[in-house]
Design a protein around this ligand. Structure first.
Ligand SMILES: NC(=O)c1ccc[n+]([C@@H]2O[C@H](COP(=O)([O-])OP(=O)(O)OC[C@H]3O[C@@H](n4cnc5c(N)ncnc54)[C@H](O)[C@@H]3O)[C@@H](O)[C@H]2O)c1
Ligand SMILES: [Zn+2]
Length: 365
């Protein structure tokens, strides 16, 4: 145990989030599930690096693991890959007690989670996130699914894992831009509810960039604490959980306009937080100090704070398809200060005004 285990509290579906080295996976699972067969599902990038170590740990604890490998990448987060996986699991004669272990980043966790939710109407799911983003965000909270041609994550299920095992040592091989991507979501969790996390990043962001395992585990655990508290109160995003979309309304717009792949998701979220902090100022709920603080922090972490090649009008237009649009108004999460995020209906005009701070340099205005 590098840092203490956290628990997502959802009654009899509560589960632990453990932060430790991959070699401890088998023992952690053996404490919680009965021994027997289990299936590791990974992808063709993570598998060669870590599948054997995961299997060895499970075998040493008394499980009988087998491994399935999916093609890597967001482009493979599809119904076709999901259905192939479900068939492959059934062909291995899994039963209702066979743990399905998702070993990889958010893409793997989302597809495997949805397969575990649907094969035999539900198999025990173990998330073993190996990217910073998956550790702080996608592995916790039970959202699973795949993309549709109409948009990202439109097909899926809420399905909670029985265990999340954040394999901290796997971050050693994560490419730098994937690490940065995760940092955008780390900042998001800090803004939502953790002064300790924000000031820690301000003081010690360099040790995260240098992948110091203890500093990283502390930050990841603090993100999980924030997310777990929210998910425990609103599992199905009927209200509060929508604040986890902080940075995402305009962040997704930035991604859409620049083209997926041109900017990392987490980088776009950071830019989104900056613009959404401006919303609070426009509404007279904040002065510019918090936005300045976040801008400085993002820069120090090597994350972009604007997208000067885009216009505010393009960005607002790109939010038009937003699935967070409820009853004709666009509900946006915006930060007033650390620990105070408001969720409210926002007009296109306000959004346009806010987007000006990311779409054109302020000094040019
Ligand atoms: N379910 C949720 O609540 C939720 C929340 C946020 C994001 N998501 C989803 O998560 C996905 C993004 O996740 P991601 O950023 O982890 O992307 P990803 O899963 O594509 O991983 C990024 C890349 O890093 C590789 N990789 C993973 N771990 C590695 C390691 N330890 N060493 C070397 N390479 C490694 C992957 O194979 C991939 O090529 C998106 O599809 C997004 O929709 C879901
Ligand atoms: Zn995100």
């Amino acid at each position: 145990m590098i840092v203490p285990t956290q628990t997502v509290r959802l009654g009899d579906r509560s589960y632990d989030v453990v932060f430790d080295a991959l070699s401890g996976l088998g023992a952690a699972l053996a404490e919680r599930r009965r021994l027997g067969p289990c299936v590791i599902v990974t992808n063709d990038v993570v598998g060669p690096l870590y599948a054997e170590a995961a299997a060895a740990s499970l075998r040493a604890a008394g499980f009988t693991p087998s491994t399935l490998t999916l093609p890597d990448g967001e482009a493979n987060k599809t119904l076709a890959v999901w259905s192939g996986l479900v068939e492959a699991l059934l062909a291995r004669r899994v039963d209702r007690h066979t743990p399905i272990i998702a070993l990889g980043g958010g893409v793997t966790g989302d597809v495997v989670g949805f397969a575990a939710a649907s094969a035999l109407r539900g198999l025990p799911l173990v998330q073993v996130p190996t990217t910073l983003l998956a550790m702080v965000d996608s592995s916790v909270g039970g959202k699973t699914g795949v993309n549709a041609k109409e948009g990202k994550n439109l097909i899926g299920a809420f399905y909670q894992p029985v265990l999340v095992y954040a394999a901290m040592d796997t971050l050693a091989t994560l490419p730098d831009d994937e690490l940065r991507c995760g940092l955008g979501e780390v900042v998001k969790h800090g803004v939502i509810d953790s002064e300790a996390l924000l000031s820690g990043l301000e003081r010690d962001g360099a040790s995260l960039l240098a992948r110091d395992p203890v500093a990283t585990a502390r930050a990841v655990a603090e993100c999980v604490r924030v997310k777990a508290a929210i998910v425990s109160q609103d599992e199905r995003e009927e209200g509060l959980r929508a604040i986890l979309n902080l940075g995402h309304t305009l962040g997704h717009a930035v991604e859409r306009c620049l083209g997926y792949g041109a900017i990392r998701h987490g980088e776009a979220v950071g830019i989104g937080i900056v613009a959404e902090a401006r919303l609070a100022e426009l509404r007279g709920e904040a002065d510019g100090a918090f936005r300045a603080r976040i801008t400085t922090l993002l820069r120090a972490l090597g994350l972009p704070v604007d997208c000067p090649s885009l216009s505010a009008a393009e960005l607002v237009a790109a939010t038009g398809m937003d699935k967070k649009r409820a009853y004709g108004t666009l509900r946006v999460a915006y930060p007033i200060e650390c620990g105070r995020v408001r969720l409210d209906a926002v007009t296109p005009e306000e959004l346009h005004e806010a987007a000006l701070v990311i779409s054109a340099r302020e000094e040019d205005r």
